[in-house]
Design a binder for this molecule. Sequence first.
Ligand SMILES: Cc1cc2nc3c(=O)[nH]c(=O)nc-3n(C[C@H](O)[C@H](O)[C@H](O)COP(=O)(O)OP(=O)(O)OC[C@H]3O[C@@H](n4cnc5c(N)ncnc54)[C@H](O)[C@@H]3O)c2cc1C
Length: 399
Amino acid sequence: MVFPFASVTDFNINLTEEHELFRKSVREFVENKVMPRWQEIERTNRIPQDLLDEMREQGFFGVGIPEEYGGQGGGQLMTAIMIEELSRAVPALGVTIGVNHLFAVPILLFGTEEQKKRYVTPIAQGKARGAHANTEPGGGSDVAGIQTRAKKVNDHYVITGRKVFISGAADADYLVVSARTSPPREDKRWWGISVFIVEKDYPGLKIGQQFKVMGMRGEQPYEVILDEVKVPAENLVGPENEGFKVIVTTYDHTRIGIAAQAVGIAQATFEKALNYALQRETFGQRLIQHQMIIQKLADMYMKLEAARLLTYWAASLADQGKREFIVAASLAKAFATEAAEWIARQAIQIHGGYGVDVETGVERYLRDAIITTIYEGTNEIQRLTIVRQLVRQAFGLKI
Ligand SMILES: Cc1cc2nc3c(=O)[nH]c(=O)nc-3n(C[C@H](O)[C@H](O)[C@H](O)COP(=O)(O)OP(=O)(O)OC[C@H]3O[C@@H](n4cnc5c(N)ncnc54)[C@H](O)[C@@H]3O)c2cc1C
């Protein structure tokens, strides 16, 4: 036993030659099709449709989704590798994939067979796009505190409320939406929330303002307004009033993708800094010969590989169906996103003035990295989860 894990074998990462072949093919696509377009995406704040079409042709939207629902199969490790490689070029593409998963995962985990066939299949085939609407003006971390209401009327629910910071909402064909169907129970604040599938054409659903956030240009979040939106009862995902579990279990899985975004950012900025340090000369020496730069590069590299190992480990545990993946996913998300932020910052410093020149394409990664520390559970919330899961895993105690 390696406290709090049962065995050292829990630290296995089940990578195979298949993962490497897949990584190579994503890298090739990224180098040829994505890298040349980062400036266009930064400038227009849109992912070009032809690039999305090419991603669909490559089958990227189906990775991590079972073949029976139109996907490519492959688990969390395959998904993490793809997100890492895409994010190495344009981290917003990690968001494009991520929001689809935030829509599909709750349905795959808790939905009916009919819901999976009807809604997950077009997402996996890249024919439709999804979004996930949970956060509200009153708060995002406190999922139990949401104010959006859903009232059951005969064979449907009527949803009214407002959601904020919903990535991909303007392009989404379908959204999962959380709403309160019953008041909380005295002993269970989380009880009484339900999750629904809402189609973009349902009357009363409006996409409001776009939030102009500092990074992830290409995939900006939106306000979503629900004004008495009538949703068929069969669109309820999981049991009524148990939606809190649907939401938090979804994040347990999808936050590995955020860690993977961060690894892609860390990899990109480390490579850029290393290359620059090998070329640039000051005081008659290349930067890489100055001890202070050597120390920075060594620390960047340490954090990068630790972030990657934690991320692949969490994904591997999830693929093996081990419950320990929950704590591993939080460790990976918090560590990798903070590592990415730090590494991106050092990369700017190593580039000197060119580091803060937007045309160099380094500073954008820092803006993106900061966002990864905030969404899908801020890193403060990850730290709560880490200690709660640790105590539960080790001592069977709830704190
Ligand atoms: C670019 C972007 C995209 C997003 N996309 C989506 C999306 O697609 N769908 C969606 O539903 N949401 C999305 N979000 C929302 C995101 O998940 C929330 O912003 C996040 O969960 C934090 O919620 P909040 O902003 O309301 O902060 P709050 O919950 O108000 O927290 C404010 C601060 O207090 C800290 N804090 C809160 N509670 C505690 C506590 N108990 N202990 C210690 N510290 C605490 C937080 O960590 C944070 O630092 C997105 C956000 C951004 C920025």
